[in-house]
Design a binder for this molecule. Structure first.
Ligand code: PLP
Length: 341
C-alpha cells in the first residue's frame, strides 16, 4: 500500500479530504446495507430535521499505525455504545453496534493510504456521525436518517508537545439544557462555542464548567474530562451524570490502577478541593492528556504545583502507558486494540 505523499510530521489538527467515506441511510424503519463512497458532499432538503431541530450526534476515535506496522483502532465498541445512548436521547434510530464497528473497519481499510506512519506523531481521526435528513417542520423527530463516517489524517492536538494550559471557571453552562450533557451531540458543542470564543478573548485556553445546579462541583471542559493526581499519588476524576463518559478517561482509570498501581477515585469533586491536587489534566481522544497549570476563578489564580513548564510525573506516566498501548509498544487489556490491517 503506497501512502499518500503528505508531510505527516507537520500535520495540524484539521480536516484533509480523504478518498473514501462510509454512508448508510435509514428509511421506513430500517438501515440499508451501507457503502463506501467517494463524494465528500452531503446534499439535503432545506427542511431536513438536522437543520431545523439539530438532530445530529457524533463520535470520535483514531486509527494508529503500530510499531510492527499494523493498523489498529482503540476500543471502537465503546464509541458504538456511546453513540447508541446519544441517539436514544435524541429520538434517533440506533446504528447497530456490530455494524458500527464493521463500518469503522471498512472505512479505515479503504483509506489505508491516509493512515499516518508509526512515529510520525500523526493519526487517522475517525468521525462517525448521524443526522435527520427528511423535511420536518412541526416539532418531532425525523423519520429518515443518514449515518456517515469520515476520516482525516491529523497531527497532534497541541503542536510542540503538551505544554500546560491555563483555564478559567466559566459562567456559561457547558451543555444544552434538558440534561443532554452526557451525550455526544452537536447541540452541546453549539452551546459551548460562545464560552470558548469568550475564554480565548480573555486569554484562557479552555473553560472549566461547574455543575449548573449548585456551582460547587467540577464537571468537565467543552470536549474533555478532568483528571487529577493527589499529593500522595492517587488518581481522582469527577463523577457526574451530566459529564460525557470519555473513553480516554475510562481507559486511564484502568491504566492508573492496573498498570501504574495507583488508587483510583471516581467521585464528585468539589471545586474547593482543586487547589489541593498535585496535578491536573484534561483527557480525550484528540489530545489524550493535556496538562493544566493554572485555573483562574474570577480573577483568583489557583496554581497547580506541577507548574507551567511541563506535564507532571503522574500524568506523564499515564500518558506514556496509554499511548504505549495504543501504538502497540505495551500489551493492553483484552479487546482494547482492534487490528484492522
Ligand atoms: C468527546 C468528548 C470527550 C472525550 O471523550 P473521549 O471518548 O475520551 O474522546 C469529553 N467530553 C466531551 C463533552 C466530549 O464531547
Amino acid at each position: 500500500m503506497e501512502k499518500k505523499n503528505l508531510d505527516w510530521a507537520n500535520l495540524g489538527f484539521g480536516y484533509t479530504v480523504a478518498d473514501y467515506r462510509y454512508v448508510s441511510n435509514y428509511k421506513d424503519g430500517k438501515w440499508d446495507d451501507g457503502a463506501i463512497i467517494t463524494d465528500p458532499n452531503v446534499v439535503l432538503n432545506e427542511c431536513a430535521g438536522v437543520f431545523q431541530y439539530a438532530q445530529t450526534v457524533f463520535e470520535g476515535l483514531k486509527a494508529y499505525t503500530t510499531e510492527d506496522g499494523h493498523i489498529v483502532c482503540f476500543r471502537p465498541d465503546l464509541n458504538a455504545e456511546r453513540m447508541k445512548s446519544s441517539c436514544e436521547r435524541l429520538e434517533m434510530p440506533v446504528f447497530p453496534v456490530e455494524r458500527f464497528i464493521d463500518a469503522v473497519e471498512k472505512v479505515v481499510k479503504a483509506n489505508e493510504a491516509w493512515v499516518p506512519p508509526y512515529g510520525s506523531g500523526a493519526t487517522l481521526y475517525i468521525r462517525p456521525y448521524m443526522m435527520g435528513t427528511n423535511p420536518v417542520i412541526g416539532v418531532k423527530p425525523a423519520s429518515e436518517y443518514q449515518f456517515r463516517i469520515l476520516v482525516t489524517p491529523v497531527g497532534p492536538y497541541f503542536k510542540g508537545g503538551a505544554k500546560p494550559i491555563t483555564i478559567r471557571v466559566s459562567d456559561f453552562d457547558r451543555a444544552a439544557p434538558h440534561g443532554t450533557g452526557h451525550i455526544k451531540a452537536g447541540l452541546n458543542y453549539a452551546m459551548s462555542l460562545h464560552a470558548i470564543v469568550d475564554a480565548h478573548e480573555q486569554g484562557y485556553d479552555e473553560n472549566m464548567y461547574l455543575d449548573p445546579g449548585t456551582r460547587t462541583y467540577v464537571e468537565e471542559t467543552g470536549g474533555a474530562n478532568f483528571i487529577f493526581i493527589t499529593k500522595d499519588g492517587k488518581f481522582v476524576t469527577p463523577k457526574s451524570d451530566s459529564i460525557l463518559p470519555s473513553i480516554t478517561r475510562r481507559s486511564l482509570m484502568v491504566v492508573a490502577e492496573k498498570y501504574c498501581g495507583m488508587t483510583v477515585e471516581h467521585r464528585p469533586v468539589k471545586f474547593s478541593e482543586v487547589g489541593d491536587f498535585a496535578e491536573c489534566g484534561l483527557c480525550g481522544t484528540a489530545a489524550v492528556i493535556s496538562p493544566v497549570g493554572k485555573i483562574v476563578d474570577h480573577g483568583k489564580e489557583i496554581c497547580i504545583p506541577s507548574g507551567m513548564d511541563e506535564m507532571g510525573p503522574g500524568l506523564k506516566k499515564l500518558y506514556d502507558t496509554l499511548t504505549g498501548i495504543q501504538m502497540g509498544r505495551i500489551e493492553g487489556p483484552e479487546g482494547w486494540v482492534k487490528v484492522i490491517a
